[in-house]
Design a binder for this molecule. Structure first.
Ligand code: GLN
Length: 473
């Protein structure tokens, strides 16, 4: 069995443990050894031994967790120097729920600082490499989680998505990533970026693993007032057909500039596959889409500028000692935050300042409402919206760091769903020039079961083989 362990999906590993064919500690040690020998810089902390075993439906399958989830007594640095060495006194609900269901913590994964980025190059702990090509980025901001799963260093991982940070790295690394309905998963213990957008979800090898993980993530948590009970149990999908399913394609958006021909070709092929499975494809428009990106890049920094004010050298992590308190705050924040985080704090503070508040923040909030209305009116005519996840495949390390606007364009297709709070999944649709392309499937709030079911049917028909990277690092 030992040599085949890495070939098992999380669900298959859990089943092998349940029927006695695989020992729990053998599975943990397989991944612990691989994570400890990490060549991708995907991990910022790796467990030294298996934590106390908990029996549960997740069967002892080890879990990698993005570093912005608080884990009791374990470094939780959110990719930032300002949190260097910070060990929280409690564990995030999302992590605690999965641990209680039987998934032991394998390690913490690298990420863009405070989840701001699309390439993982904004980490104070160095960039992460894409397992498909070490010269390219894994996407971001959950780049460490995506690379760890795609590189076979973890069977599955937890990430967060504020504007695309689960879906885009999943797409660029050839795996599955699910961004939940806003509020379906507790945010308690997640180091906050933009509280009205932040969502925690799984990054996995396949759709079945995503459903298995997600079913234990959801739930109302009294520690997060924005969390809600999921209205139905999350099912493990088995569908192989899309008969009667109506999929809407936002034509103007997906035919716009900046989309690589290989991405478009893979998307067109996925639509053909969907038709073959019985789906009807209709064309739709999201008239507010051209404004969604701009609105996001006002709202998210505005919330970040407020959330990040707590990092002042007094309570957490780094402190740059100075004679006067004001100077200590200033020097700590000067040294502790990276360039992109400073840029967002400046933009957000400006957008919220008196005299500009309505022109920027107020207007962006109105755009957000219109985006949600646009999506809702599409869902009156179609079951789901499909787009490519990212306009491009994984780009080269350093290729976009000098131009923040080109980096922000990575989020073109993912941001409307973030603003609307609706769920969306990215699954691999194929390869373009040897690199993975992602397909995004989005539905109305709390339609995760339908999305997972459609994703499963498409996954079976597409037959993408991600195993080429699982055995290599
Ligand atoms: N890339 C987007 C940003 O930089 C989204 C990040 C995220 O979803 N956390 O804000």
């Amino acid at each position: 069995m030992a040599s085949d362990i890495g070939a098992l999906s999380a669900a298959a590993a859990a089943a092998a443990i349940a029927d006695g064919g695989l020992a729990r500690d053998e599975l943990f040690e397989h991944y612990r050894a691989r994570a400890a020998a990490d060549q991708l810089n995907a991990f910022t902390w790796v467990a030294e031994a298996e934590p106390g075993a908990v029996d549960g439906p997740l069967g002892g399958v080890p879990l990698a967790v993005k570093d912005l989830f608080c884990t009791e007594g374990i470094p939780s640095q959110a990719g930032s120097k300002i949190l260097a060495g910070y060990c929280p006194p409690y564990t995030a609900t999302a992590v605690a729920n999965l641990e209680a269901a039987g998934a032991p913590l394998l390690g913490k994964t690298n990420q863009d600082e405070f989840a701001m980025g699309s390439s993982n190059e904004n980490s104070a702990y160095g960039p992460v490499l894409n397992p498909w090509d070490h010269g390219r980025v894994p996407g971001g901001s959950s780049g460490g989680s995506a690379a760890a799963v795609a590189g076979g260093l973890a069977p599955w991982a937890l990430g967060t998505d504020t504007g695309g940070s689960i879906r885009q790295p999943a797409a660029l690394c050839g795996i599955v990533g699910l961004k939940p309905t806003y509020g379906a998963v507790s945010r308690y213990g997640m180091i906050a970026f933009a509280s009205s957008l932040d969502s925690a979800g799984p990054l996995t090898r396949d759709v079945t693993d995503a459903a298995l993980c997600y079913r234990h993530l959801v739930g109302r948590d009294s520690a997060d007032a924005t969390s809600v009970a999921f209205p139905e149990p999350i099912e493990i999908p088995s569908s192989e057909r899309l008969d009667g399913v109506k999929l809407a394609v936002p034509t103007a958006l997906v035919e716009g500039e900046g989309i690589e021909p290989g991405v478009r070709a893979s998307f067109e092929a996925a639509l053909e596959t969907a038709r073959g499975l019985g789906a009807t494809i209709i064309s739709c428009e999201i008239p507010s889409a051209p404004y969604a990106l701009s609105a996001y890049y006002v709202i998210a920094p505005a919330e970040a500028s407020s959330n990040l004010s707590r990092f002042d050298g007094v309570r957490y992590g780094l402190r740059v000692e100075q004679a006067h308190l004001d100077e200590m705050y200033t020097e700590t924040r000067h040294d502790g935050f990276g360039a992109e985080v400073k840029r967002r704090i400046l933009i957000g503070t400006y957008a919220l300042s008196s005299g500009y508040y309505d022109a920027y923040y107020g207007r962006a909030q109105r755009v957000r409402t219109v985006v949600a209305q646009d999506l809702a009116s599409i869902f009156e005519q179609a079951d789901m919206i499909v787009t490519p996840t990212s306009p491009t495949v994984a780009f080269g390390l350093g290729e976009r760091t000098a131009d923040p606007l080109s980096m922000y364009l990575s989020d073109l297709f993912t941001i409307p769903m973030s603003l609307a709070g609706t769920p969306a999944i990215s699954i691999p649709s194929g390869l373009s020039e040897g690199l993975p392309v992602g397909l995004q499937i989005c539905g109305p709030a709390f339609s995760e079961n339908r999305i997972l079911s459609a994703a499963h049917a498409l996954e079976q028909a597409i037959g993408f083989d991600g195993s080429v990277t699982w055995g290599s690092d």
